[in-house]
Design a protein around this ligand. Structure first.
Ligand SMILES: CC(C)(COP(=O)(O)OP(=O)(O)OC[C@H]1O[C@@H](n2cnc3c(N)ncnc32)[C@H](O)[C@@H]1OP(=O)(O)O)[C@@H](O)C(=O)NCCC(=O)NCCS
Length: 157
């Protein structure tokens, strides 16, 4: 089923917070603590006000499917992705990521390097990024002892 997408708004705060606080998402994140409503709202407000960040929410006839978020810093766009609990393992992660990458370059400029940081044991996420053209560029240096992999989207043509 085709996915539609739109930019997130402040009215999406609770939906996004539910996805972020889902136990599986937290287990796979670098910071695992639950986020309070107030903290999350402040974080989202800053993201929405920034010209160097975007959150796209994808939906189908069954409702919201997930999000792709980017944070641009210098020439790098850090990409993260969450598929809604209950909608995972059906190709939505790959479809959302593939759709969002051209928008990233359209909205933030052509010279960006899309990058993802993924915990080493997170097979589903590693496979999702690799399936969409990301390649491992090395271990991600972290001060907290967590083992992570850095992937970047390979330039085409
Ligand atoms: C990681 C995530 C975004 C993947 O999205 P998804 O819709 O479930 O994945 P897809 O169905 O598009 O499958 C993508 C790839 O992952 C593989 N995959 C999916 N679920 C998997 C699982 N539980 N274990 C291992 N591989 C899995 C698929 O086989 C596919 O790989 P392939 O193309 O080589 O066959 C989703 O599971 C999720 O939101 N997880 C919680 C949040 C999270 O961890 N985000 C990423 C943080 S780095």
């Amino acid at each position: 089923m085709a996915l539609s997408a739109r930019r997130a708004e402040l009215a999406d705060a609770e939906l996004l917070r539910q996805w972020r606080n889902d136990p599986e998402t937290r287990r796979r994140s670098f910071t695992t603590a639950e986020i309070s409503a107030a903290e999350h709202r402040a974080w989202l407000q800053a993201r929405l006000a920034s010209e160097r960040a975007a959150i796209w929410i994808f939906s189908d006839d069954g409702g919201p499917v997930g999000q792709v978020r980017v944070d641009v810093d210098g020439g790098v766009a850090e990409v993260s992705i969450i598929v809604a609990p209950g909608r995972r393992g059906r190709g939505h992660g790959k479809a959302m990521l593939a759709a969002a990458m051209p928008w990233l370059r359209r909205d933030f400029g052509p010279g960006l390097r899309p990058r993802a940081l993924v915990l080493d044991d997170h097979e589903a996420s590693l496979r999702t990024f690799k399936a969409c053209g990301f390649r491992v560029v090395g271990p991600a240096a972290r001060g907290d002892g967590q083992r992570a992999t850095m992937l970047e989207l390979e330039e085409r043509g």
